[in-house]
Design a protein around this ligand. Sequence first.
Ligand SMILES: [Zn+2]
Ligand SMILES: [Zn+2]
Length: 203
Amino acid sequence: MSRASKTALAPDLRDCDERTVRAWTEPMAVTPLGGGCYRVDTDGDTYTVDVPGHRCTCPDYHYRHAHCKHRRRVAIEITQERVPAPGQRRADCAYCGHESFVPETATVPLCSDCRLDDDDVAVDRETADTLVVRRVHPDRADEYVIEATGKTVAAHDTNEDYPADDPVVEAVYLGDRLRNDDPRVYAFPYSRLRQVEDAELVD
Ligand SMILES: [Zn+2]
Ligand SMILES: [Zn+2]
């Protein structure tokens, strides 16, 4: 058996400057505010760190433009995945339910395992047709009404084996898209589609 390599889990604080030591060791609570800003509560004071703006509201930053302990603490908490990075938020995945960090702008939160993006290719498990994803819709299968039939996606005949609370995926048939600039969009329960890995598309 190969031996795991030895690694330290925290920096050697004996070699660090004072602000770094404080960032690691002082009790602070970091709360994401959105837009890349974080509230940092310390013993007695509350400051706001703006990560994209490289700023903090504390006196250390204000008077000395220091890379203060609050900015360092926010960076540590992002790296350790205790708080979402700028542009992300914490959410339960709409498909598998696992909590993860998703893009702040995502209308339907999906974890990295379940995520479907525009132009991802998927196969319809019922027909083996190849589809191109347009978007994941915010309505669930039992909420999304198919205009042509007046029935929900969940109530559609061929969808009865799929969960009624699935997210709905809007997609076009690959063949339609190759022939037509404005192909018709169809709606599917998420579980009915099998995502095709890039490697499968090579042949
Ligand atoms: Zn600060
Ligand atoms: Zn998921």
